[in-house]
Design a protein around this ligand. Structure first.
Ligand code: ATP
Ligand code: ZN
Length: 483
């Protein structure tokens, strides 16, 4: 379409890259992303590059060095600002501050604050591009408070995005030509704090660059107050391109598009970024390739499976947790299992891919009534998948899917005895659920009675103990009507 009047500014954006460093169709990988950025910069020197969060975690490329590799690559590509998403907190807030220091660009967030109300990042940035002043206000999803290990956000609060945005848009609107919100909020109907809500409640935003829901908006969408919302999917499958024309202190035209692998097929990957990625990979290779076990069957860690029912990998992991801790019961959240393991040789890399959070195995002495409450919490949205779905060991139970939430679990057996609500059981779990993650709030009040090392180590040791792993689901969790 015809350009607008005035100066032409291009804003390139990514979100939810989740450390997809290398090309794996439809993911383009960092070198190709950088090539696309180079092309746009050469065509229009007035180009900015922003990231809307969830970059530093998600594959072994990132987790092995607690995010540092991603920062190195983003520095090389030449990012100019990013907002932390929930996954930026996965290594703890202290580590996040270290990563932010390594960045050659600012980490911004207006609503991540200490309990005393002070911010830990700059809330916004004003960039002057060819005489055009662009205000970039950043917002992080409040869901971070329960989507990462509560320990990772200890001492922090994430305040209402709309409230912060309203104050800051008012503060900068008259000082800038363009107001951009860089948000990791998303557009899921199940979320309270969506980008739609902020755009509706806060006039004066020209462009909202969004992440978190992994939404693909081919041409953005124009929402309340004429705000253009843009979102570039996930995993480096897309680079978002926003074109703005700014005339007399106002945006005269704005458009959004996405570049995918087809659109970028003639664009050359950036050589420096490609070299950096492969040199990091080379260093990691010996660790990842280490052979740690063998499995005769595929171990099922598919998202829709482990979050909605018993799987053989869920059973194996829960058995491993119970084995290392000698607890009566083991329970681990299905959402913490992030991948399957193929039949055959199992490498250290495979295990870290399944369990990337660096979790620990801990025990608690839990009342039977709270064990039941925990199971009810875990199956609260069954048969819909949810991160809290319990994978268990030492305990069996049935789910009545037709019963009301909170009273669906029945026929609960610990070993060969019925669960006694008044008795106390030693329960082993990971340190995420132990402190109330995935709304296992009933666990948070119990002190830790034992620590049994890393969850991934527990799984490796248990697989080695079994020899060839050949595990099928045994029906420890099943569906059935209440009597
Ligand atoms: P996105 O990846 O786009 O941000 P998301 O992370 O918000 O999505 P999910 O992929 O569903 O959403 O991940 C959240 C789930 O991951 C949680 O509900 C929980 O089950 C699991 N999870 C997150 N952090 C941990 C952790 N430290 N230990 C164990 N499980 C975790
Ligand atoms: Zn997210």
């Amino acid at each position: 379409s015809a350009p607008g009047t005035g100066k032409h500014i291009t804003i390139l954006h990514t979100n939810d890259m989740h450390a997809r460093a290398v090309e794996q169709s439809p993911a383009m990988g960092f070198a190709k992303v950088a090539g696309i950025v180079d092309k746009y910069r050469s065509e229009n020197p007035n180009t900015l590059l922003l990231d809307a969060g969830d970059a530093v975690h998600g594959t072994t490329f990132a987790t092995l060095v607690r995010g540092e590799s991603i920062v190195q690559v983003m520095n090389e590509i030449g990012y100019q600002a990013m907002v932390p998403g929930n996954h930026e907190f996965n290594y703890g807030s202290e580590r996040l501050m270290e990563l932010a220091k390594m960045m050659k660009f600012p980490m911004l967030s207006a609503n991540v604050k200490k309990k005393d109300g002070t911010r830990i990042f700059e809330p916004y940035l004003i960039k002057e591009v060819d005489g055009v002043k662009i205000g970039i206000i950043a917002l992080t999803t409040p869901e971070t408070m329960y989507k990462t290990n509560p320990k990772n956000v200890e001492g922090l609060q994430i305040t209402d995005p709309s409230t912060e945005a309203k104050v800051l848009v008012n503060e900068i609107r008259s000082k800038v030509d363009v107001v951009v919100v860089l948000g990791h909020l998303g557009q899921d109907v199940s979320s309270t704090d969506t980008s739609f809500k902020v755009v509706k409640e806060v006039p004066g935003i020209d462009v909202f660059i969004d992440g978190h829901s992994h939404t693909v908006l081919k041409n953005g969408l124009v929402s309340d107050h004429g705000t253009l919302i843009a979102s570039a999917g996930e995993y480096t499958n897309y680079v978002g391109v926003i074109d703005l024309w700014v005339d007399g202190g106002k945006v005269s035209k704005k458009t959004a598009t996405l570049v995918d692998e087809t659109g970028a097929k003639d664009i050359k990957p950036n050589g420096n970024v490609a070299a950096l990625v492969s040199s990091i990979q080379k260093k990691q290779e010996p660790i990842l390739k280490e052979e740690v076990a063998n499995t005769a069957v595929l171990l099922d860690g598919k998202r829709e499976q482990v979050r909605a029912g018993e799987t053989n990998l869920g059973d194996l992991l829960a058995d491993a947790i119970r084995d290392v801790s000698k607890a009566d019961i083991a329970l681990t959240n299905g959402g913490g299992i992030r991948a399957s393991i193929e039949k055959g040789i199992v490498t250290k890399g495979d295990v870290i891919t399944v369990l990337p959070f660096g979790n620990q195995v801990v025990t608690l002495d839990v009342k039977g009534s709270d064990v039941l409450a925990a199971l009810e919490n875990g199956v609260g949205s069954y048969p819909e998948p949810s991160g809290g779905f319990p994978q268990v060991s030492g305990i069996t139970f049935k789910i009545d899917a037709a019963a009301a939430k909170g009273s669906r679990v029945h026929t609960v057996m610990v070993g060969d005895k019925a669960l006694d609500p008044a008795a106390t059981y030693t329960l082993a779990t990971n340190d995420f659920t132990a402190v109330g993650g995935d709304e296992y709030t009933m666990f948070a009040k119990y002190p830790t009675t034992g620590m049994y090392g890393a969850l991934d180590e527990a799984l490796i040791n248990y697989m080695q103990k079994l020899g060839a792993v050949d595990i099928k689901t045994d029906g420890r969790i099943s569906e059935g009507k209440k009597a």
